[in-house]
Write a protein that binds this ligand. Structure first.
Ligand code: ADP
Length: 541
């Protein structure tokens, strides 16, 4: 027997309708390239999204067409997040930090027909444009009239917007229509495309806003440092709109000093970004203290937040850190590490141990760990296995990528490539990515745990550990270290001694190299591919 419930397609226009009805006065603020702040409301966003839908139809964009965005976080980019899906097209966010060849590959592979480009990023895009073959129309955002460019067929965003009205009837789209697309940042291989649907993003939005997840409410003011080109800004633009939270977009102002300034003056309650951003902010706040007591959650994900940094934020700055895990392929939210009631009597040190884990799975997603044979492993906090997930906002394949099926199991699970333990109360802790694990004499060494332990040394600002080939043991760890400015004469032996009581003896890296900076990927993760290449080229000693 079938239920007798309404057929109510889960499409993103419902989210915007809700925001416009309940929170028309709530603000979306953007720090513009010139430093001024643009402010408008959800009511303004609502009208501008309808205008953009008309613009896209006038440009000839059809349902299913891919429309690229090459932009900082800002209000026009939010308009694209809603406006492109509104006509059934796909909002393909392009990572502004890709190399020209990678950028051209991604645009051509997705067959983007129209691309929106922030004027400040035009020179970056032009470096790739000769190799781009699919784009028929470029739309410049925030560009002065008469701007010089080698791109063909340019039009200005505001000219287009002025040319149409804001009358637009929402299309009655099927909830499974594709709405967004994001390529992985390629930390461990070539970029691969995840293609989200209205339904998957709608459910992700509800999932993310659960009290047991990020739980945004209309009382929040959210600083989105995580770029809109990285896993849909973790879905936050949709989660903010549905909950009525205000959004603050930092535009290109991503250095610690302006971020500290924004948090203090805008009374930000939730800020989201990757660990390297929060590492920089912490040092800034220690040097130039500010009142950031408005922050109720500093959300961090994308790579492991070192326990030492969580402790530093909580102990020195009294900021609650909320560690989360996810992937482009999981829309992205998968787990959060919030404390639960049974943790109430733990010591602070024990609480930080838990907060440094990636956390429990968000309701809506299922998670398991398995061994090489695909057998499910126990949740005992020590057995390590590959993390697999499934759920309504997890991809079931990559876009136009033959041979990707080995990342999906026959019984419908997605193989994440992360290796982890899960405790009996459900807290997942990543020990490594399968490709970064160090296999020494048949035993695994966790590069992530070594890095976290090293970064707890007061003189170590950043540490990245890679495997180097070894005749006897197959692989051995090498630690690349960035020291703090006031580190003094720290030597490899000092660090070895520091590690000795904390990790198994065979984990102690054979080599320590001191470098000025750890190379980072386009989304701010340690780029171990580059470190390995440098080692092979003899540049790491
Ligand atoms: P890429 O796969 O190119 O790095 P993603 O941004 O989708 O692009 O990265 C997803 C991966 O990032 C995860 O599989 C995991 O290895 C890592 N990751 C994300 N969040 C965390 C976290 N909180 N702790 C440790 N690793 C994380």
């Amino acid at each position: 027997m079938q239920g007798l419930m309404m057929d109510y397609p889960l499409t993103l226009d419902r989210i915007l309708e809700h925001a416009n009805k309940l929170f028309p006065h709530k603000r979306i603020s953007t720090k513009q390239p010139d430093g001024s702040i643009h402010r408008y409301t959800y009511a303004d966003l609502y009208k501008r999204v309808k205008r953009l839908a008309n613009v896209l139809q006038k440009l000839g964009v059809k349902q299913g067409d891919r429309v690229g965005t090459f932009a900082w976080n800002g209000y026009q980019h939010v308009e694209m997040y809603f406006g492109i899906p509104a006509i059934g097209a796909v909002c393909h966010t392009l990572n502004i930090r890709l190399f020209p060849d990678q950028l051209a590959y991604v645009v051509n592979h997705a067959e983007d027909k129209v691309v929106f480009i922030d004027a400040t990023l035009l020179p970056l895009f032009e470096r790739a444009s000769d190799k781009i073959t699919t784009v028929e129309q470029y739309v410049l955002v925030n560009a002065p009239q008469g701007i010089e460019t080698k791109l063909p067929n340019i039009v200005h965003y505001e000219d287009l917007m002025a040319d149409v009205d804001d009358d637009f009837e929402w299309l009655k789209l099927d909830e499974n229509t594709a709405m967004g697309m994001c390529y992985t940042s390629g930390t461990t291989g070539n970029p691969k495309g995840a293609l989200y649907s209205h339904r998957s993003m709608f459910l992700h939005t509800i999932g993310e806003n659960q009290a047991n997840a990020l739980g945004l409410t209309e009382a929040d003011s959210v600083l989105m440092v995580v770029p809109q080109f990285h896993a849909m800004a973790w879905g936050l633009p949709y989660a903010c709109a549905y909950s009525g939270a205000e959004m603050f977009m930092p535009g290109p102002h991503l250095k610690p000093e302006p971020l500290a300034e924004i948090i203090a003056t805008e009374k930000i309650t939730v800020a989201a970004g990757v660990p390297s951003i929060w590492n920089g902010l912490y040092h800034e706040l220690r040097q130039n203290p500010r009142d950031i007591s408005s922050v109720r959650a500093l959300i961090v994900g994308g790579s492991a937040m070192p326990r030492s940094l969580i402790k530093a934020y909580e102990k020195d700055l009294h900021v609650n850190v909320l560690h989360a895990w996810g992937m482009t392929e999981t829309s992205p939210l998968g787990t959060v590490s919030k404390l639960q009631s049974h943790h109430a009597n733990l010591t602070d040190e024990e609480k930080w141990d838990i907060k440094a884990k990636q956390g429990y799975v968000v309701p809506g997603i299922e998670m398991r760990i398995v061994n090489d044979e695909g057998e499910e492993l126990p949740w005992d906090g020590t057995t390590m296995g590959e993390v697999q997930v499934r759920g309504p906002w997890v991809v079931r394949d990559y876009y136009k990528l033959e041979g990707s099926s080995n990342q999906f199991t026959k019984d419908g699970w997605f193989r994440t490539g992360d290796v982890a333990t899960i405790s009996d109360d459900g807290y997942m802790q990543i020990t490594d990515r399968t490709k970064d694990l160090i296999k020494s004499g048949g035993e695994w060494i966790s590069s992530v745990e070594l890095e976290n332990t090293l970064m707890a040394h007061p003189a170590v600002r950043e540490a990245a550990v890679i495997a180097i080939p070894d005749e006897r043991w197959a692989e051995r760890p090498l630690a690349a270290i960035v020291l703090t400015e006031d580190a003094g004469d720290i030597t490899a032996d000092d660090l070895r001694e520091f590690l000795l009581p904390k990790v198994a003896k065979f984990w102690i890296p054979d080599k320590f190299v001191f470098i000025a900076e750890i190379p980072k990927t386009s989304v701010g993760k340690f780029d171990k591919k580059v470190l390995r290449r440098r080692y092979t080229a003899g540049e790491l000693g």
